[in-house]
Design a protein around this ligand. Structure first.
Ligand code: HEC
Length: 121
């Protein structure tokens, strides 16, 4: 039988192992802005995202769904295609689609709100 102190030691050792492995090599992305701090515009953009994008893209992960996860989308140097994540490029991809991604028609307000939201990711 393992005394409890023993399993605590194992847990502590595993935790520090994980931390030291990550300190060397984990590329951690900058955190998303918490929803409690969203502006009204960002919150409206999140709604647009839920309606139009969420079925194909995870917002808080880089894991793929139907399309790539969009965590930290506007904070990285390049998107999966290699293009920089400028508002111009995002607008182009959203309104006109890109390869396997269908075009998403949005009015100007929806587009502005969505872009504001994408900057929080
Ligand atoms: C039907 C699924 C689907 C929907 C809906 C969708 N996407 Fe995509 N998206 C994709 C796929 C698939 C790709 C990868 C396209 C490719 O081949 O480069 C992609 C790629 C992207 C990229 C990366 C572009 C690049 O240059 O690498 C962005 C940004 C993006 N989508 C944003 C959005 C946003 C914002 C919305 C909502 C308006 C949205 N997508 C809706 C499937 C979708």
């Amino acid at each position: 039988m393992h005394p409890p102190s023993h399993s605590h030691w194992i847990a502590a050792a595993l935790t520090s192992l994980a931390l030291s492995v990550c300190a060397g090599g984990c590329k951690s992305l900058p955190p998303s802005k918490p929803s409690s701090e969203w502006t009204a515009q960002e919150a409206r953009g999140a709604q647009v995202y839920q309606e139009k994008c969420a079925r194909c893209h995870y917002p808080t992960s880089t894991r793929g769904l139907h399309g790539p996860g969009l965590q930290a989308l506007t904070k990285v140097k390049a998107m999966p295609s290699g293009a920089p994540p400028t508002d111009e490029r995002l607008t182009e991809v959203i309104l006109h689609g890109h390869q396997m991604m269908p075009a998403t028609p949005l009015d100007d307000d929806q587009l502005r709100d969505l872009l504001a939201y994408l900057h929080t990711l």
